[in-house]
Design a protein around this ligand. Structure first.
Ligand SMILES: [Fe+2]
Length: 374
């Protein structure tokens, strides 16, 4: 906004203006002259805050939840979401917001449990952090899940889960719940008969796309989920190829999961990456319009977010809000899975990025985040 004169500033504080501003609000009318400075910021000012949830906290609370809730007796899924403390004012339930746009959660399925099928207008994804032996069934395809696998369930596809193995399974869920809620686009439908039964071969899409660099003839037209499960060993192979060359100074050795029919993000509204940072690698700081939720799949280290140090290790989750400076440091060989809202920003043509120029690309540390139950 242009600089205003002292005379104008004083006039805006006068009773003529303040009385009028108060008067119109009783008729549900709003004074733009008051609102503009706060809602049309020069640069993004998200209400979401940088925050970290420790593996110890998650394990403790999920262990307690396992004693109380089953998938049938607790809202279809035993999931605990990461509520950003800056967004608790959103009613109801903070809109389940981990960032402005993204919902992220941990879900646990015990051996023998079933989570009934349903479908909704939110797009979902999951990253398997611990365990094996459960399958998800998406549109009639049973997909067996192992540690490090990344799966997608874009909007309006039927999906449910069953655990036929012996150890509890934990995975990260991420959806565009706050985005869909804010734009009034929510639809949800339970499946009539509990868990949908398979009607195509197991692991069908993963087998069809096993080649990686080739796709089945006839699949050149867009479909929302031609590949439903991105296997860990294939992701690692992609990263190993990058490691033959110099790392990206801002991202280390990082790949993004894509829809093989388009080359765009695997999920239509959420971007996803796997990032390898070798021991002692220190990324250069960046900020960008989009927000990110990280999950530490392996390793340990710390990130500096707007000058505050966030120590992390395997099993932790943390948030980098929109337009926050951030950089990562690996104390040991680390793998970071992350979810971002780049596809949403791109849809609005809002994505911007800046590199931190001073101090050789590294921030000065001014504080340290203390995680609960560390
Ligand atoms: Fe769901």
């Amino acid at each position: 906004m242009a600089e205003v004169s002292q005379e104008v500033k004083e006039f805006m504080k006068s009773s003529i203006v303040t009385d009028y501003t108060k008067d119109i609000q009783q008729y549900n009318l709003g004074p733009l002259w008051e609102a503009i400075p706060e809602i049309m910021n020069h640069t993004p000012k998200p209400h979401a805050e940088a925050y970290l949830w420790s593996d110890e906290l998650i394990k403790k609370k999920m262990g307690e939840a396992a004693q109380i809730f089953t998938p049938e007796r607790g809202g279809e899924r035993r999931a605990i979401y990461f509520q950003n403390p800056g967004l608790t004012y959103r009613k109801p339930w903070g809109w389940a917001s981990t960032t402005q746009t993204i919902y992220a959660a941990v879900q646990m399925l015990q051996p023998g449990e079933k989570a009934p099928s349903h479908r909704h207008s939110q797009s979902a994804l999951r990253f398997i952090s611990e365990g094996t032996g459960a399958y998800t069934i998406v549109q009639g395809e049973r997909i067996f899940m192992e540690e490090g696998d990344f799966l997608i369930t874009p909007k309006n596809l039927w999906h449910g889960h069953e655990h036929v193995g012996t150890e509890p399974m934990l995975w990260m869920d991420a959806l565009d719940i706050p985005t869909i809620y804010s734009i009034g686009g929510t639809f949800f439908e339970p499946y009539a008969d509990g868990l949908q039964q398979p009607d195509i071969p197991d692991n069908f899409t993963e087998k069809r796309y096993r080649g990686g660099m080739v796709r089945p003839v006839g699949d050149d037209k867009y479909t929302v989920a031609p590949l439903a499960n991105y296997k860990w060993d294939r992701t690692v192979e992609g990263i190993k190829g990058l490691m033959e060359f110099d790392p990206n100074p801002h991202h280390g050795f990082a790949v993004e999961y894509i829809n093989p029919s388009t080359g765009k993000s695997a999920n239509p509204t959420l971007g996803t990456r796997m990032q390898h940072l070798p021991k002692d690698f220190h990324t250069k700081a960046l900020r960008h319009t989009h927000s990110t939720v990280y999950h530490i799949h392996k390793g340990s280290g710390y990130s500096v977010i707007n000058g505050v140090r966030f120590d992390w290790k395997k099993g932790d989750y943390f948030v980098v809000p929109n337009w926050a400076w951030y950089e990562h440091v690996a104390s040991e060989d680390s793998y970071l899975f992350s979810v971002n809202d780049i596809p949403i920003m791109d849809r609005f043509e809002l994505e911007q990025e800046q590199a931190y120029d001073s101090n050789n690309g590294h921030q000065i540390i001014t504080g340290e985040f203390k995680a609960a139950f560390r």
